[in-house]
Design a protein around this ligand. Structure first.
Ligand SMILES: Cc1cc2nc3c(=O)[nH]c(=O)nc-3n(C[C@H](O)[C@H](O)[C@H](O)COP(=O)(O)OP(=O)(O)OC[C@H]3O[C@@H](n4cnc5c(N)ncnc54)[C@H](O)[C@@H]3O)c2cc1C
Length: 424
């Protein structure tokens, strides 16, 4: 085992750039292997794209996100009970032509079978196809699933015989909201993975907001592993240079940033395109619906893609019996005022007489929320963590664009570092 103390040049064996889910997962695995490491995070806190802010007593995730309990890597690493996960009802209520239609999973919610069967979002044959699609994504092993031919999600859905109605009314807003890509150009492997995750587990949010996930990872690390407010400007050999001109040396360097930052640090043509999103939060006196379920826009007019009421999952998300409304609009919208107006206009049509008590709390415009996952982005799913020499890479751009992908990629980078060190 390397001994950093015997080599004063090394503060720690492994220097990790970025304290998001991938960097934290990498540090956790290195720590388990008894390899010393330090995370340098540019911002003032860990978590990267998984953050929760407290605003006027409301808990606002920085962009609406859900944690899928079936995520295999997360299930290995996280203590779900301690996260106090609050689950959504399976399925969705889809707004089509003036009213909401339920599309639920008949295997998990048989009491809703009748409403689902009558839903305008899908024909009976579509509903049967959902059943066979579910089977084809849940029966093979994950590794078999990731060897299915890769095409665009839209192509896959058409190949599976789904009607244009269910594609437009359900898959486009639902998967469009998950991939932040209403074109459904995202890899079919991502689609099959996500479908499997939704079919075999719950979509949930921790009671304290999404930030509880990175916090749980960070709490398992030895003290002084994480240094915040340290922006790395250069990676050269085994050294990092920071924006204040200081340097740190290690034996190996793991770049665990988002793809655009990795591209800048490695100064090469690393693919770095991403999907953007805007999330708006409103405070309300009443919840406009009764159950914790995702609402989708099945109509061709926007701007809302999806909406939910986190306080129906847990009252913890708002103070004084108020309700929190979370609205997701795909893309970036520089004119915030007109976006708020348009969102409220659409919400008024969805919930007549309800929105008078709504007051805008905050909007988050996120230019890079997810890496673009167009094919052949997931061929293979797991990208090599070792670049060259002492340089390693991880992040959601090295796996499925998700919390699970970031965790798996961070762990793999740690394993690759460990193997490399042991061979030296
Ligand atoms: C709005 C939104 C919705 C999402 N929805 C879901 C969802 O429902 N389910 C799901 O599973 N996933 C979802 N995701 C994706 C998920 O959050 C990400 O895949 C995951 O958090 C990525 O983690 P990461 O560690 O790879 O990258 P990041 O979280 O981007 O972490 C990288 C870290 O590196 C730091 N950094 C960058 N440059 C430097 C530098 N030069 N020096 C030092 N530090 C640096 C950054 O500050 C950051 O903390 C969503 C993301 C967003 C934004």
């Amino acid at each position: 085992m390397p001994d950093t103390m015997s080599n004063p040049k090394h503060d720690r064996d492994v220097l990790i750039v970025g304290g998001g889910i991938a960097g934290l997962s990498c540090a956790l695995e290195l720590t388990k292997q008894q390899i010393s490491c330090r995370i340098f995070e540019a911002s003032d806190r860990i978590g990267g794209r998984v953050q929760t802010d407290e605003v006027q007593g409301f808990l606002l995730d920085r962009g609406f996100q859900v944690f899928l309990t079936a995520y295999p890597e997360a299930a290995r690493v996280l203590d779900y009970a301690a996260l106090e996960l609050c689950s959504f009802e399976p399925g969705a209520l889809i707004h089509i032509g003036g009213r909401f239609h339920r599309l639920s999973d008949p295997w998990r919610r048989p009491q809703h079978l009748f409403a689902t069967a009558l839903s305008a979002a899908a024909s009976l044959s579509d509903k049967l196809r959902i059943g066979s699609f579910r089977k084809s994504t849940t029966q093979p092993s994950l590794s078999e699933l990731f060897h299915h031919p890769e095409t665009k999600t839209l192509e896959l859905l058409r190949q599976r015989g789904f009607s244009e109605v269910i594609i437009e009314k359900f898959f486009r807003p639902f998967l469009g909201g998950v991939f932040l890509d209403r074109e459904l150009a995202t890899s079919s492997r991502m689609c099959e993975f996500v479908f499997r995750m939704f079919s075999t587990g719950s979509a949930a949010i921790p009671k304290a907001g999404m930030k509880a996930i990175p916090e749980q990872l960070a709490n398992q690390l030895p003290a002084e592993t994480i240094v915040c407010n340290q922006s790395v400007t250069d990676v050269s050999g085994t050294s990092l240079t920071f924006s204040d001109g200081n340097r740190a040396d290690g034996r190996a360097i793991v770049v665990a940033t988002d793809a655009p930052a990795a591209r800048r640090l490695f100064d090469d043509d690393y693919p770095a395109s991403g999907q953007s999103v805007t999330c708006l939060y409103f405070a309300a006196d009443q919840a406009p619906i009764k159950e914790p379920i995702l609402l989708l826009n099945g109509d061709p007019t926007g701007p809302i893609n999806n909406l939910c009421v986190p306080t129906l999952l847990s009252p913890n998300f708002a103070p004084n019996e108020k309700h929190l409304i979370s609205v997701t609009v795909l893309g970036e919208h520089p004119d915030e005022e007109s976006l708020i107006r348009d969102v409220l206009h659409q919400a008024h049509a969805w919930f007549p007489g309800e929105i008078e008590s709504w007051s805008h709390l905050k909007s988050y415009s996120i230019p890079y929320a997810l890496p673009t996952m167009n094919p052949p982005a997931l061929s293979p799913v797991a990208k090599a963590a070792h670049r060259n020499g002492p340089h390693f890479i991880c992040g959601d751009h090295c796996d499925t664009a998700s919390i699970n992908g970031a965790m798996a990629s961070g762990r793999r980078a740690a394993e690759a570092v460990q193997q490399w060190i042991s061979q030296k």
